[in-house]
Design a protein around this ligand. Sequence first.
Ligand code: ADP
Length: 225
Amino acid sequence: MSDLLLELNALEKAYHRGRPNQINVLNGANLDVKRGEIIALVAPSGAGKSTLLHIAGLLDTPDAGEVKFQGEILNSMSDRKRTAIRRREIGFIYQFHHLLPEFSALENVMLPQLADGQSRSLAKSRAAELLSKVGIAERADHRPAELSGGEQQRVAFCRALANAPKVLLADEPTGNLDQTTSEQVFETLVSVVRQTGLSAVIATHNPQLAAQMDRTVTLKNGLLE
Ligand code: ADP
């Protein structure tokens, strides 16, 4: 088995393509993510981190280049297979939690599992186990509005891990939190990722947080270095 999990090859992406105001965001970006590797993606706002993570997470498509997962090219796959991979193999965390407001923390973590055909009882026990791992077991029955920003991001993290993905993609997951909370949530995130052995690409502005990861890549002029 190759130790490469996710490969981004020569990715190109532009907005307003063909118009005078065309914005070239990715100009041939390459990244190899090994199994178990945690990568910090560091770049200023507007450099294209979200664009890159959305393409890597199959939430958007590149204009050129390819995304490979476990050696398979994902761009050319059927929609059905891509959806299955996105649901099972890739966990995504946004800067804002995007939890469903009318559901409890526990239910928010159960939902992706139910969507993937898991039984209610197994989904419930896995959700409870994940919430406990990130230190918020006692908040399981609370709705998102009743949780602090840090707790909401912990739930979003559990939801991203609900279907036991192989890679976690996080778009400035603690960018909305104050510094102390951000550091605490981040520590939990990195420690759970390491325990689980999954790969991660985590965008952050914070060099101290980036230093906790295995390596840092920067996005500059549409290229990853
Ligand atoms: P980052 O995550 O690093 O802040 P983004 O990937 O969000 O960067 O954005 C990169 C550039 O592309 C920015 O200049 C942004 O304004 C532009 N952009 C992002 N999404 C769109 C879109 N849907 N339409 C037009 N321009 C966009």
